[in-house]
Ligand binder design. Structure first.
Ligand code: NDP
Ligand code: MG
Length: 391
């Protein structure tokens, strides 16, 4: 088979690491065009040397000299600043992994989309921030979006069993996170160390906290709506503590098609890397006999209000999902900085959404600039609401 060129945005992160691991195992089939990071120069330079990347970029513009020094004597070109990350995405690579964390990944993801690349999308925040126009823009440019998020990757695979008109609903599963069985009072007081202890998945810090608050599942409900053109009523969340079934699609004949796999992101990433073929994934087989039981619960909107807010934002539309994501990013940063309690994360998101709707700011987003403006204003609003939420 022909060698495919690949670019990894967010190469030094958790998803980046899993992606590089798969590429390492299939070095003869892939060539690395560009790699990016935020500020981890050492990690990025190490990968660039190992894979012979043609271009590397760090978002932190103050680190250009450091990056150039680290790659002195190699043929890798270096860039720094937001625009350099966008340039990395714009360079010709057949396949791009979008794994920057947060809405900061929107512009680079769009740069890959606009040149019609195949984009494996892990960065759910960029989709939630963009709302409706992201997929339209992808289809106009002839880009192929492959969902790398495990639940959406499962849906993508299961959806191949039927037609859109035959679909009744989709189900995405949730592990329930470290606070699945905790009371509201205990969740309110949870510490950073407790929130970072995910039972099944090893992931970056931001998404691990989102999993504990179930804001991650909220983002994923919106992500599913955007990716597959679904309404809020067509998307259900099911708590499944073993994280073996990732997603299911129910069709009109009541057939439910599910995708299963061990909780290892290398499996959905391998699906995206190989698509439309299959490549070799992690070594371990899924051993259901050893797991013994798969259990299921209804999600609790009262203890995890962030999930309920996602449905509300999705039903409201017109920028509300952008606000939902922006306020959550501010809230998670404030929680990490010790400025607010864990329980205040969802309260800040709710207060920011309410203020947004009350101000009559609702208008459909038709461009990246629209989304970035709403994102910016919502962050400012969330910051001004922080002191009263912190009480
Ligand atoms: P990490 O925090 O581990 O990694 C984030 C990556 O993005 C790093 O390479 C980081 O660089 C880079 N980065 C961070 N901020 C910026 C910025 N402002 N501009 C440019 N680059 C930046 O995150 P994850 O790998 O866990 O998650 C990445 C995305 O994938 C998220 O959107 C997450 O929701 C999604 N996802 C993750 C899953 C997982 O298992 N981890 C599962 C499903 C989805 P540096 O190292 O220099 O900080
Ligand atoms: Mg997921």
């Amino acid at each position: 088979a022909a060698v495919r060129s690949v670019t990894v945005l967010g190469a030094t992160g958790s998803i980046g690491d899993s992606t590089m691991d798969l590429l390492r195992a299939a070095k003869d089939r892939y060539r690395v065009e560009a790699l990016t990071a935020n500020s981890n120069v050492a990690g990025l330079a190490k990968l660039a040397k190992e894979f012979g990347a043609r271009y590397v970029a760090v978002a932190d513009s103050s680190r250009l000299t450091e990056l150039k020094d680290a790659l002195a004597g190699t043929r890798t070109e270096c860039g720094a600043g937001e625009s350099a990350v966008v340039e990395a995405a714009a360079r010709p690579a057949d396949w791009v992994m979008a794994a920057v964390s947060g809405a900061a990944g929107l512009k680079p993801a769009l740069a890959a989309v606009d040149r019609g690349a195949t984009v494996a999308l892990a960065n759910k925040e960029c989709l939630v921030c963009a709302g409706d126009f992201f997929m339209e823009r992808a289809s106009k440019a002839g880009a192929c979006i492959l969902p790398a998020d495990s639940e959406h990757n499962a849906l993508f695979q299961a959806l191949a069993s039927g037609n859109r008109e035959e679909l009744v609903r989709v189900v995405i599963t949730a592990s329930g996170g470290p606070f699945r069985t905790w009371s509201s009072t205990d969740i309110e007081q949870a510490t950073l160390a407790q929130a970072l202890k995910h039972p099944n998945w090893s992931m970056g810090q931001k998404i691990t906290i989102d999993s504990a608050s179930m804001m991650n599942k909220g983002l994923e409900v919106i992500e599913a709506a955007c990716l597959f053109g679904l309404t809020a009523d067509e998307i259900d969340v099911l708590v499944h503590p073993q994280s073996i079934i990732h997603g299911m699609v129910e069709f009109s004949d009541r057939s439910v098609v599910a995708q299963l796999g061990a909780p290892d992101m290398r499996t959905p990433i391998a699906h995206c890397l190989g698509w439309p073929d299959r490549i070799v994934g992690p070594a371990a087989k899924l051993d259901l006999a050893k797991i013994g039981q798969l259990t299921f619960e209804t999600p609790d909107f009262a203890r995890f209000p962030g999930l309920k807010l996602a449905y509300e934002a999705l039903r409201t539309g017109r920028g509300a999902t952008t606000v939902y994501n922006a306020a959550n990013e501010v809230a998670v940063a404030a929680f990490i900085a010790g400025k607010i309690r864990f329980g205040a994360i969802a309260r800040l998101v709710e207060a920011t959404l309410e203020a947004w709707i009350r101000a009559g700011n609702l208008a459909p987003l038709t461009s990246a600039d629209d989304a970035i403006t709403v994102d910016h204003n919502a962050r400012n609003k969330a910051v001004t609401l922080l002191p009263q939420i912190a009480l």
